[in-house]
Design a protein around this ligand. Structure first.
Ligand SMILES: NC(=O)c1ccc[n+]([C@@H]2O[C@H](COP(=O)([O-])OP(=O)(O)OC[C@H]3O[C@@H](n4cnc5c(N)ncnc54)[C@H](O)[C@@H]3O)[C@@H](O)[C@H]2O)c1
Ligand SMILES: [Zn+2]
Length: 406
């Protein structure tokens, strides 16, 4: 203030020009089997869905997935070679998957370097085949080169097919925090192939079911019933039961992202992160010994006990939730819940502050309000959380963990 305005001499501003831009995103999420089989036209058709006819691509394959499917690089290359010159695969790289892919920047640099060396442009494709971590890392790199290439995700774990791989964002771990860095970048397409799933470890097979419980508990009571009914089949690695679970869970996530009015998370609420304020913290406390799905299962269990203490769930509903998770072979307890920091405070509580800092504004934690409905709380009582941890310990002790089938 004070200094006179150069145009009108009164220090006043002219009316602002209010810019408004609407951008429409749409992408298909397909469910298929044998995506890279020579006679499966789906991938070629998806790359051509805007009718441009010539397509250049690079592919990144998760090394863990390739270890279990050794013929994968050959099949991917053969798929493109059989469709040359319409499709051109400029590079096909096998890169380490798992949470390590999201820690450290060399993997991102490598992807950017390959895109540069192969002279891909914004109409070219980056095809990422792997678990949620690999998809996050490759997706992040693809979203920043030329401000974004077209990303085709081929998720190969249950959790990636029903949650991590189907949404609009990516992330890297940094500053000792999960998902500290990342961008919103909707994919060009997502191709879920159930034939990848049978080779998953027991941990990664059942991990996605935790996200299914998460979304069922806040959005869909009937789906929660199905999960409880099919718990044994899911734990015993029945592929058809899992494919149905993955599909329903994926669609619930997609509908939420489309309909909840905040796909890029400008507000402070994030219902799909029910159970996650503690889960992310437990993952880092365990130095990623806990898989994301396992940490989410414990986070759901803890928040369910809290919801019951708040009168939001009946004791019978709480029992069903804990029984359902356990029957699937998911944990409802981990020792990281009792880790204390140097001041003697429960270390998991930092998760609340980190959750608030990430989204900004008021703390907003989503809890079930009965099964299949949700409510937002703006405060969580630290003493009550500590009591809930004690209660969860007792309840978990009374439930012998169901052994996952080998
Ligand atoms: N971007 C998002 O919206 C979003 C949402 C939820 C979770 N995530 C992230 O997803 C990650 C978890 O993903 P995840 O559960 O898929 O775990 P993951 O990516 O860590 O994969 C688990 C393991 O399975 C291996 N693997 C992958 N496919 C395989 C196959 N078909 N057969 C055998 N092994 C295979 C991987 O190499 C890895 O070792 C976390 O980093 C989480 O933060 C992201
Ligand atoms: Zn999650």
């Amino acid at each position: 203030m004070g200094a006179s305005h150069p145009h009108n001499g009164r220090g006043a501003s002219e009316p602002a020009y209010h810019q408004r831009i609407a951008v429409d995103f749409d992408y298909p999420v397909h469910f298929t089997r044998g995506l890279f089989d020579a006679d499966n036209p789906l991938l070629a058709d998806v790359l051509d869905r805007r009718g441009e006819r010539r397509h250049r691509a690079v592919a990144y394959l998760d090394a863990g997935c390739v270890g279990a499917h050794p013929g994968l690089p050959r099949r991917v290359k053969a798929y493109f070679a059989a469709r040359a010159p319409r499709l051109e695969l400029c590079a096909c790289e096998v890169v380490s998957g798992g949470e390590g892919a999201k820690n450290g920047w060399q993997s991102v640099r490598d992807v950017m370097w390959t895109i540069g060396q192969t002279h891909l442009d914004r109409q070219s494709f980056v095809i990422a085949v792997g678990g949620g971590a690999l998809l996050d890392m490759v997706g992040f790199a693809a979203s920043i080169v030329h401000r974004g290439l077209r990303l085709v995700r081929v998720p190969t774990t249950t959790l990636a097919q029903n949650d991590a791989g189907i949404g609009v964002k990516n992330a890297m771990d940094e500053h000792g925090r999960k998902n500290f860095v990342g961008t919103f970048a909707p994919p060009f397409a997502v191709l879920n192939d159930a034939t990848f799933l049978p080779t998953l470890s027991d941990r990664d097979w059942i991990g996605g079911v935790a996200e299914a419980f998460k979304v069922a508990l806040i959005e869909d009571a009937a789906f929660f019933d199905v999960l409880c009914e099919r718990a044994d089949a899911l734990r015993r690695r029945d592929l058809e039961a899992m494919a149905a679970c993955v599909r329903r869970c994926a669609i619930l996530h997609l509908e939420h992202i489309r309909d909840a009015g905040d796909p890029f998370e400008f507000g402070s609420a994030r219902p799909l992160d029910f159970g996650h304020w503690s889960a992310h913290r437990l993952e880092t406390l365990s130095r990623y010994r806990l898989g994301h799905g396992q940490a989410v299962a414990v986070g759901i269990a803890l928040d369910a006990v809290y919801a019951a203490r708040k009168g939001l769930l009946s004791d019978a509903e709480l029992e069903r939730i804990l029984d359902g998770l356990t029957a699937c072979g998911l944990p409802i307890w981990c020792d990281e819940l009792t880790v204390r920091d140097e001041r003697g405070r429960l270390a998991v509580l930092d998760g609340l502050a980190q959750f608030r800092e990430h989204l900004g504004g008021r703390l907003c934690v989503t809890l079930p309000d009965g099964i299949g409905r949700k409510v937002e709380l703006h405060e969580m009582d630290a003493d009550l959380i500590a009591e809930c941890i004690g209660e969860l310990h007792d309840r978990a002790g009374r439930r012998p963990a169901a052994k996952a089938a080998q």
